[in-house]
Design a protein. Structure first.
Lengths: 676, 313
């Protein structure tokens, strides 16, 4: 039953890809076929993976073709099924949203091609999460990268989209290269290409090999997950894509990197040496902090969300790092807690980041700009979008009772408990990481105050914003599903944690949820003795009761006593949008405080006619230094270009010379083979 | 169950009733320190009554966020207040959340306050929101380190457990780690409650105000709600500080004669802390906004030292 559901999902996606491509001359039909099959495939995948998590034993699906080296092997074990479920939930909401969203592309864009790549992206994602043969995995991985590339540079007449697409492709392939080496090393050691053969295999290698394979996997998957310092493609590629694709990119495509890490760290490795966890935890902290610091400086709504994806990937990776460390220290229960925190945040991030990107898409569609300085007052023109975006913003800022809070709370608990696990100085890493996570969370709250308030509140700052209109029903429905998901995952935390039991059982041999749930499902606890408790459901209930008992009746009564009047404008005639605080101004204090990182540059030129005290126009320019691009990637690119320049000598362009090269290579390979 | 309910109601009444008094005492004492007479310690109650009775002006530019904000701020602060040990170590709403939940609930209030500030469209609101979010973001890591330090001692982030672990050891506050964490948390308290030298609660000078700038557009009952919530937040953080570090007189449980004893101990301890705050406010001038990060960096360093010293001493 489960294999049938899963495979029919795949088939529906394939059919959708072919069907929309065939209908490319009839954009409306292509759009309906593409979105309809994407939605149907997601729902099939959803039911299949949800059933697979609790199936008890991993469900292996071997397709009756291929060969032992390249087996078309699919396995839905709890870890795979969990990620597949995350994909299906997000993909269903995004597909629904796309019905309305793609309408504006009808007529001037090839929706057939879009539908093809969109369905293929979903299909390849599902296979990446479930492939259980190394080669099959890498093929699915590449199909995913290529279809994502085509969707990122879908608006290819824009130069930034082309450039971002190429950067994404280059970095993605660099990562794939490392994965290929790592898998080959592992396969040659174990003599198998099947993931079930890789179970705990890496831990049997020599410490040096272990380390090399670990770092290769970390880098290869880290590129996709957007871990600092190999993140630079992410804030370029995610914003330029159409917004429904951005939601998938940030919501689930980066999770393939997370999935890969989880698979390698907790399935291929047994008990890892301590340095691995420390390294991963450190990278997670750096990604989280730098991601949010750069997000704060963005005025481009979608770039801001892309940077915040790096932050959240960092938080997830922190959980992995802590889990690895606990494993090294022999604390199985705590490792389970940290792993649950990380995986919970993975699902949460898929819902709220997907939601925020969909909201951003609706806003960008209505205002024709990504610059939040040109928006404003949209809460009146687009009330549903505004409410959904607010829920997403609250969730990503970790505010109770919505879902971001629960997973961040679990992460704090894991870090706090880590202090007692060892006597060495390493234990100081846990509270330091915890306090930096607190800084990250607080900065994220500042960032999302800005991301919500500047576009949605106060007065419109442009004609487009003043004349914006609410999005069509399907777009609102897509957002509402994810918003409800954010609330449900927050309030229903105690019910949701039981989903992790099969996963922690499979990877760590521990079932933790019974210890995590207290007071008959009302409260969540970290599972340690006397650990603190939290009840999102209780808090939500109190808010609801208070609102019904006090806020509603009193608010209505006070409303009768209130009048509408102008806001205080310092005695100047009338408050206009020019008086409003801008997004740049909002983040100015932080720009000054962290100026050592940002190295901000600004230029102010005043034009005047009579005296400099009466300027007629002021030109203001401000930018921050892209540190990684300038300090690391700039020199690297120059090196590569210089080497390429030197190698041009052997590329004469004559066929005869190339044939000679091929011949020499052939002989060398033969010699190598004979010697080996 | 019924007992829990009674505890919650009792602590709720205590919070609501005591908070304006603490504000009033601070104002009056401060006036006395500055050789003024001051308005009397009951003035905040009269202010609240006056505000609740008035009609209000809502900016034309504001949306429903503006009217929802006072409620969210008030409710989140009160719920956070029920999670702390005030009279007894056993916090009435301890099951619903501990130290982290208190921080995040106060964060929820702050988030909405910042939105409310920006909603009116006046630049003062934006100015206040921007500064408030900046300062609170910088205060957060220091706060978390200090809480980690006390939580490590108790092995829990539950405030009931933290206060319970402290009860038995009256002189524990002399430990270097405790004192350093106390100092860190005290600095955070000053920043979070908007007191001198970080913010001046008595000013409406546009260049310096932070909290007042955010709520500039509020009037009537909504202003009263926000001001009341600000007093409650101040009381919550002060109580947290004294009961986690110096739990002398704190009762193990709520019932019987003990509760009265608990209240009898709480008041003088609060008064001592109020005196310290007033002294600090009187002898210091307000800092420039961009000096505040340095103060919070000091708090962070103190928190880090506190952690290291749990390791060493």
């Amino acid at each position: 039953m489960i294999p049938d559901l899963f495979l029919s999902g795949i088939v529906v996606w394939m059919g959708g890809a072919a069907g929309s491509l065939a209908l490319y001359r009839r954009p409306a039909a292509a759009r309906r076929v593409a979105c309809g099959s994407a939605l149907a495939g997601s729902l099939l995948d959803l039911s299949g993976s949800a059933a697979a998590i609790f199936a008890g034993a991993p469900i292996a699906i071997a397709l009756p073709f291929g060969n032992p080296v390249f087996a078309w092997a699919i396995r839905l074990d709890p870890l795979s099924a969990y990620f597949s479920l995350t994909l299906a939930v997000l993909a269903a909401a995004v597909s629904l949203y796309s019905f309305g969203y793609l309408r504006h592309m009808e007529g001037h864009r090839n929706l057939g091609a879009f539908g093809f790549f969109f369905n293929f992206l979903l299909l390849s994602l599902a296979l990446v999460f479930t492939a259980s043969n190394a080669f099959f995995f890498l093929v699915a991985w590449e199909v995913m990268a290529l279809s994502a590339y085509c969707l990122v540079s879908f608006e290819h007449e824009k130069e930034e989209a082309r450039k971002a697409g190429v950067l994404f492709l280059v970095m993605s392939h660099a990562g794939t290269g490392m994965l290929l080496i790592a898998f080959l090393l592992l396969a040659s050691f174990g003599g198998t290409l099947d993931f079930s053969g890789f179970h705990l295999l890496a831990s049997h290698m020599s410490p040096r090999q272990q380390g090399v394979v670990f770092v290769l996997f970390l880098l290869g998957f880290g590129v996709k997950a957007g871990i600092v310092p190999i993140h630079i493609w992410l804030p370029e590629a995610h914003p330029v894509a159409p917004s429904n694709v951005s939601a998938l990119m940030s919501g689930i495509v980066i999770k393939t990197g997370i999935y890969g890490m989880a698979r390698v760290f907790f399935d291929f490795y047994g008990t890892p040496p301590l340095w691995m966890g420390t390294l991963v935890l450190g990278l997670g902290v750096a990604s989280a902090l730098l991601g949010v610091l750069y997000a704060l400086m963005e005025q481009d709504l979608k770039r801001m969300l892309a940077w915040s994806t790096i932050e959240n990937a960092g938080i997830i990776v922190m959980g992995f790092g802590a889990a690895l460390m606990f494993r090294a220290l022999g604390q199985g229960n705590l490792a389970a807690l940290a792993l649950i925190a990380a995986l919970y945040h993975t699902f949460n991030h898929a819902t709220f980041k997907g939601l925020l990107f969909l909201g951003a898409g609706a806003v960008v569609e209505a205002t024709h700009t990504r610059n939040i300085e040109k928006m404003g007052g949209l809460i009146r023109r687009m009330p549903v979008t505004a409410l959904c975006f607010l829920i997403g913003a609250a969730a990503i800022s970790g505010l109770p009772p919505v879902n971001g809070f629960v997973s961040e709370w679990l992460t704090y608990q894991a870090l706090l408990a880590g202090f007692g696990t060892t006597q060495s100085l390493t234990r100081l890493m846990f509270p330091i990481a915890g306090s930096l996570l607190a800084l990250t969370a607080a900065l994220a709250a500042a960032c999302f105050v800005k991301a919500f308030a500047i576009p949605f509140l106060a007065l419109p700052r442009s004609v487009e914003a003043a004349e914006a209109s609410e999005s069509p029903f399907t777009m609102r429905a897509g957002m509402a599903i994810l918003a409800l998901g954010c609330i449900a995952l927050g309030i229903g935390a105690t019910f949701f944690v039981s989903i992790f039991d099969p996963i922690t059982q499979q990877t760590l041999g521990v079932r933790a949820s019974a210890q995590l749930v207290m007071a008959r499902g009302l409260a969540l606890s970290p599972g340690t003795a006397h650990g603190g408790t939290i009840s999102t459901a209780g808090i939500a209930l109190l808010f609801l009761l208070a609102a019904l008992a006090f806020a509603l009746p009193l608010g209505l009564r006070w409303k009768r006593r209130s009048v509408r009047g102008p806001a205080w404008d310092c005695g100047l005639p009338g408050l206009t949008a020019d008086n409003e605080y801008t997004a740049t101004a909002f983040s100015k204090p932080l720009r000054m405080i962290f100026s050592a990182l940002y190295r901000p540059r600004r230029e102010i030129q005043a034009e005047y006619e009579v005296s400099p005290f009466y300027p007629s126009a002021i030109r203001f320019e401000s930018e921050i230094e892209p540190t990684f691009e300038k300090r690391i990637y700039g020199p690297l690119r120059e090196q590569i270009m210089a080497i390429a320049h030197r190698m041009r000598g052997i590329q004469a362009g004559s066929i005869n010379v190339y044939l000679t090269y091929i011949f020499i290579t052939l002989i060398l390979v033969l010699l190598f083979a004979v010697r080996g | 169950m019924i007992e829990r309910l009674i505890e919650n109601v009792a602590q709720l009444i205590l919070l609501l009733a005591l908070a304006p008094l603490v504000t009033g005492v601070i104002r009056t004492l401060k006036a006395r320190f500055q050789t003024r007479r001051g308005p009397g310690i009951f003035q905040p109650y009269r202010d609240l009554r006056k505000h609740f009775g008035k009609s209000m002006v809502i900016p034309e530019t504001a949306s429903w966020i503006f009217t929802a904000t006072p409620w969210v701020v008030f409710f989140s602060t009160v719920i956070a207040g029920l999670m702390i040990p005030m009279v007894a170590a056993d916090a009435p709403l301890g099951l619903f959340g501990g130290a982290l939940a208190v921080i995040f609930l106060l964060g929820l209030g702050r988030f909405f306050l910042a939105l409310g500030g920006l909603d009116s469209g006046s630049s003062f609101g934006g100015l206040g929101s921007s500064r408030e979010m900046t300062i609170s973001a910088l205060a957060e890591p220091a706060m978390m380190l200090a809480i980690f330090t006390v939580a490590i001692g108790a092995g829990s982030t539950g405030l009931t457990e933290i206060a319970g672990a402290a009860i038995g050891q009256t002189w524990r506050f002399l430990a270097p780690a405790q004192m350093l964490a106390f100092a860190a948390l005290a600095l955070v308290l000053i920043a979070e409650t908007g007191r001198i030298p970080v913010d001046n609660p008595a000013t409406h000078l546009e260049l310096t105000m932070i909290h007042e700038a955010m709520i500039l557009e509020y009037s009537g009952p909504y202003l009263a709600l926000i001001e009341w919530a600000a007093s409650i937040k101040q009381l919550v953080l002060m109580t947290l500080l004294i009961n986690c570090f110096w739990p002398i007189g704190l009762q193990p449980a709520w019932f019987g004669f003990g509760a009265l004893k608990g209240i009898a101990w709480l008041l003088p301890k609060l008064f001592l802390l109020v005196c310290a705050i007033v002294l600090l406010e009187t002898v210091n001038a307000k800092m420039r906004l961009f000096r505040v990060p340095e103060l919070l960096a000091v708090a962070f360093t103190l928190g880090a030292l506190a952690l290291v010293s749990t390791f060493l001493f």
